[in-house]
Design a protein around this ligand. Structure first.
Ligand code: ZN
Length: 315
């Protein structure tokens, strides 16, 4: 199961209905917590996210609205007796802040620190790209390896059905039938997380081909001057990012409190620049499914009946 649970959507100052940042991504067996701001522990309770399911915590940068929730979450994990290793990724120059936050947390969690710099992979299927903010900041990209999508009419013609389909998937050939002959390539699913940044090449690379793109849109287009001054995106710029990257779904968040609780205007501004993208202005505690990847294979191939299989042969 792959879904995004929005824990908080406010930037610098929270509001009555918007907690500071916080995002939990359920990605098959992994639970990734991105940018836990203040109050994340309690938002997890409201959202029904168990601390014990977190396997990885990813910080874009160490401004308070993106990391002050860390000690609370870590202490809760210690209290719950979480036994598995928990990986913590963050910019290398944020090391003193991260160590201070970890130092005030209850001990007992098997926490593995992974400071990073540059661009590239930081874990299996997880990559970073530098962003452009007032301190060292990185965005994250989660990718699934490319797979193949079976075409039922070709499977039928080859006389392959039932458990043999999974067998063919695993073995690459079954008798004289080769996997390539009855299937088409299918791009793996892509999720990107882009927080505090001005428009920059790193953000463009992260957005490329994403099924689900979470992007900050601190300011309305009318406040473009403030966005430039503080190195943030406007809603329109977030929309442009999604349009250039051909993102399927764009989740806007990290809103300035100046817009109150209604982000409708910001969603409209993003939508105007990204007509081919589904745009969602995130609300706290909202759950957003990662769009199923089989749809993309169908779109690409013009087939209406393709079956997408996972690596283990399940659909
Ligand atoms: Zn921020």
């Amino acid at each position: 199961m792959r879904e995004l649970v929005v824990l908080g959507t406010a930037s610098q100052v929270p509001t009555r209905t918007r907690n500071h940042n916080g995002y939990y991504l359920r990605w098959d067996g992994e639970g990734l917590l991105f940018d836990p701001g203040e109050g994340t522990q309690r938002q997890m309770i409201h959202a029904g996210v168990a601390a014990g399911h977190i396997t990885r915590i990813c910080l874009t940068h160490v401004h308070g609205d993106h990391c002050y929730g860390l000690p609370g979450v870590l202490s809760r994990m210690a209290l719950d007796g979480v036994g598995h290793p928990v990986h913590l990724h963050y910019p290398a120059t944020g090391d003193p802040v991260v160590r201070a936050l970890v130092a005030v947390s209850s001990p007992g969690v098997d926490l593995r620190l992974h400071p990073h710099s540059g661009a590239g992979p930081v874990a299996d299927g997880l990559e970073i790209r530098p962003l452009k903010h007032r301190i060292e900041t990185y965005g994250y990209l989660l990718t699934e390896p490319d797979g193949r999508t079976f075409l039922p009419e070709l499977l039928r013609a080859a006389g392959i059905a039932g458990p043999d389909v999974g067998r063919l998937q695993r073995l690459g050939a079954l008798g004289a039938v080769r996997l390539e002959a009855v299937s088409i390539p299918r791009a793996g699913q892509r999720f990107a997380f882009i927080m505090d940044t001005a428009p920059c090449p790193g953000a463009e690379e992260l957005a490329e081909g994403t099924d689900l793109l979470v992007a900050e849109s601190t300011f309305s287009d009318d406040d473009g001057g403030l966005a430039r001054q503080y190195l943030h995106l406007t809603a329109g710029q977030a929309g442009e990012l999604a349009a250039n990257g051909k993102s399927r779904t764009l989740v806007l968040t990290h809103f300035s409190s100046r817009y109150g609780d209604d982000a409708t205007l910001l969603a409209e501004q993003a939508r105007a620049r990204a007509p081919g993208t589904a745009v969602i202005a995130a609300r706290d505690l909202e759950r957003i499914a990662v769009p199923p990847r089989r749809q993309r294979a169908r779109e690409a191939a013009g087939h209406t009946t393709a079956i997408g299989l996972n690596h283990d042969g399940s659909s």
